[in-house]
Design a protein. Sequence first.
Length: 74
Amino acid sequence: MAYRFTIDLAESAALTAEAVILRAGSERAEPAVAVRISNGSGSRMLYVPLDRIEELVTGIRDTARQAAADFHQG
């Protein structure tokens, strides 16, 4: 399963999240989410273990709330 989020601007950007297994086939294998952020000039990959997903989503949500508050104050 994969999730794709895109922003259609002059420089199109996308975020793709896909379920993966880190260190597959080893004793240390663990499920994770591969998050790829890309734009016209390149991309970066971040592997997030499942036990850290809520932390990531909460951080993004809190940052968005702060951005909204800053925008409305300004």
